[in-house]
Design a protein around this ligand. Structure first.
Ligand code: ATP
Length: 351
């Protein structure tokens, strides 16, 4: 039996999911909720458990314990009812040889139970929305990666779902195709869809989503508004600066290493991005004076936090980095970022 579905209730409730594969505990009690019309990013390094959680939410896998309710309907007890309301876009897509774009959408439209005029209308609408109409007769194994992703999204939209689960939808797309894809997500959001998008491409998720759910090793380690994560004023973990010097940046890197409170984030040819772990303006001013004495300083500018930095902070401190300013004593320096995670999140092209 389904429970009532009041409009004020969250559309999606994920309740204490656990899932084990052999000796891998992929999910260790994952819970979060999504409000109606929210576009939420599910972020985590490879193996964090994103796909496992999403497959369960899409009713393609069963949890060992816990459940998911969509519009109040329990996905474990009534998967067929839930499937009518959701659209699942997997991270891997099977292209069928000799099947055209039009045939493919027609096939999946029939699988949803559409026939006759309704079927034609749904396929036509989806092709127009994803800009695939000019490619209707093209064999799907001859599509570019971007066109293939649009086809996969089109398939996901055939039943006009209110909740979309998109697993790594922009992976492998070139910048133009990414832009096109983001635009489609924006339109879907304007149409009131609730969307969960997984990725480890943090900046991209940041552009598409208001809310972010961070996963690490089978757990949700943070769930909150993107703006809160990026806000400097409430963050006392670190302040980010962009420093430019005249001459080789290695001298700056060496300087940062000798000074307490600094951590090099990124070395450029003409300078560096670095974190300083004392928030008081006097400490910052003293560092600028000292830096200008020691090196030919050209620029020193406070920077916006990046999402990957917020994420690494969360992993490092074991808690959200959003904290009220405490007493004047600076916080202890955190240990270095977990290398595998930091590397996974800052790969070239991913940020
Ligand atoms: P990625 O970003 O690489 O897609 P992910 O966050 O989506 O990673 P999952 O695919 O959910 O992570 O995997 C979580 C863990 O569960 C990993 O250690 C993975 O190897 C394991 N796992 C997932 N599916 C299976 C399976 N069918 N059999 C065995 N292990 C699995």
């Amino acid at each position: 039996m389904s429970t009532p579905d009041p409009v004020s209730a969250p559309l999606v409730e994920v309740l204490n999911l656990t899932r084990r594969f052999g000796n891998v505990q992929a999910l260790k009690g994952v819970s979060f909720t999504l409000g109606r019309g929210q576009v939420v990013g599910l972020i985590g390094a490879n193996g964090a458990g994103k796909t496992t959680a999403m497959r369960i939410m899409a009713s393609l896998d069963l949890p060992d314990t816990g459940t998911v309710r969509i519009g109040g309907i329990d996905i474990v007890q009534e998967p067929n009812l839930v499937r009518r309301r959701i659209g699942w876009m997997p991270d891997h897509f099977q292209a069928y040889r000799d099947m055209t774009v039009g045939d493919y959408l027609d096939f999946f439209g029939r699988a949803h139970g559409f026939r006759g005029e309704v079927l034609v209308q749904r396929v036509t609408e989806v092709m127009e929305f994803t800009d695939l109409t000019p490619l209707a007769t093209r064999p799907m194994d001859k599509l570019s990666k971007g066109q293939t992703q649009r086809l996969c999204l089109g398939r996901t939209l055939l039943n006009d779902p209110e909740f979309l689960l998109l697993d790594e939808p922009a992976a492998g797309l070139d910048p133009r195709a990414r832009l096109e894809f983001k635009n489609l997500v924006r339109i879907l959001r304007e149409r009131g869809k609730t969307i969960l998008i997984s990725s480890h491409i943090l900046t991209e998720l940041g552009e598409m989503c208001d809310t972010l759910v961070f996963m690490d090793q089978g757990r949700v380690v943070h769930h909150g508004e993107k703006e809160d994560l990026l806000r400097h004023e409430t963050n006392d973990v670190a302040t980010i600066f962009d420093i430019t010097v005249h001459g080789p940046a290695q001298a700056l890197a060496a300087w940062l290493e000798t000074r307490a409170g600094w951590r090099l984030v990124e070395l450029r040819r003409d300078g560096a991005r670095a974190e300083f772990h004392h928030a008081e303006p006097e400490s910052v001013a003293a560092e600028v004076r000292r830096l200008a004495q020691d090196l030919p300083l050209l620029g020193f500018q406070r920077q916006e936090r990046r999402l990957e930095e917020a994420f690494v902070d969360i992993l490092r401190t074991g808690a959200a980095p959003i904290r009220r300013r405490g007493p004047a004593t600076p916080p202890p320096l955190p240990p270095p970022a977990p290398p595998a995670v930091a590397a996974a999140l800052t790969k070239e092209g991913d940020v």
